[in-house]
Design a protein around this ligand. Structure first.
Ligand code: G3P
Ligand code: CA
Length: 273
């Protein structure tokens, strides 16, 4: 019989996979895992939505990086949170009114600290290439109503990197724009889709039922989170992801609920507990 090191290697790999998720005691002998999502990268420690923040999240062993996708004037998909560059770069103006070349020449790190100067606004494609297989990627379509057709463009890039299948849920897509997410589910039926919830009107039993027609994740802001809300979303077959941890106390609060994932600027606050 042929002996290989496959068995020990598999055990070793599984052991390290288990180390990368938070285990919360549910009841005696039972544990559940909560994914740690580095919000805009490890943005408590590095300038949000930059390579250095995403690298930091990998180094800290988060399960996913979260990022916000928008589109430049000349049609490139870029990673930035606000619809203007004013807050997080040394430039001014709307993302949609600047070419990729103009965006690339902005400093997206210096606002967070002088030693981060020189960080750039990443291309969506660059992030897919760099992190595929290393960490999960939670893609938020930020204000897709400003970018007609951005859903198809995101799908095209995911297909290019063979990330359009549901392999270990390595990709999740979310937005505050529900129409866009309904469309995304049609385009990518095998990829988990999330709805971002910040208003009470979207936390009623009926609205949760309506979301479950196309969403796999119900993603309420921490301000809206109650155990009843979690139970309702789960009874409709959705997972729950809540946001955003910016203190150890908020991490503790969210970890006390039966949710599936936590978006945090400080991955260590969630991973440590
Ligand atoms: O993942 C949740 C979060 O990204 C939603 O809010 O404003 O940080 O994009 P925002
Ligand atoms: Ca976001």
């Amino acid at each position: 019989m042929k002996h290989t090191i496959f068995g020990p290697m598999l055990a070793f790999t599984l052991f390290f996979c288990l180390l990368q998720v938070v285990f919360v005691p549910k009841s005696a002998g039972e544990v559940r895992k909560i994914f740690t999502i580095a919000h805009r990268g490890a943005s408590g420690y590095a300038p949000e939505n930059t390579i250095i923040a995403f690298d930091k999240a990998v180094e800290m062993k988060a399960d996913y990086i979260e990022m916000d996708v928008q589109r430049s004037k000349d049609g490139k998909l870029v990673i930035i949170h606000d619809t203007t560059v004013n807050r997080t770069t040394n430039g001014a103006g709307a993302v949609k009114d600047l070419t990729f070349d103009e965006l690339q020449h902005l400093d997206a790190g210096g606002w967070k600290g002088e030693h981060f100067s020189g960080e750039r606004i990443p291309l969506f494609e660059e992030v897919l290439a760099r992190y595929k297989g290393k960490i999960g990627i939670l893609i938020e379509l930020k204000a897709p109503e400003l970018y007609p057709g951005i859903e198809e463009e995101v799908v095209k890039k995911l297909k290019k990197y063979n990330l359009d299948k549901n392999e270990s849920e390595s990709i999740i897509i979310q937005s505050f724009n529900f129409k866009s997410m309904r469309k995304m589910k049609q385009l990518l039926p095998h990829i988990p889709i999330g709805v971002l919830i910040s208003r009470q009107e979207n936390a009623t039993k009926q609205s949760i039922k309506d979301f479950s027609a196309y969403a796999d994740y119900y993603n309420p802001s921490i301000d809206l989170l109650t155990e009843e809300l979690v139970l309702t979303a789960k009874s409709e077959g959705m997972k729950v992801l809540s946001w955003t941890v910016r203190s150890p106390e908020t991490a503790e609060f969210l970890l006390g609920h039966n949710i599936d994932a936590i978006a945090t600027d400080y991955p260590d606050y969630v991973l440590a507990q």
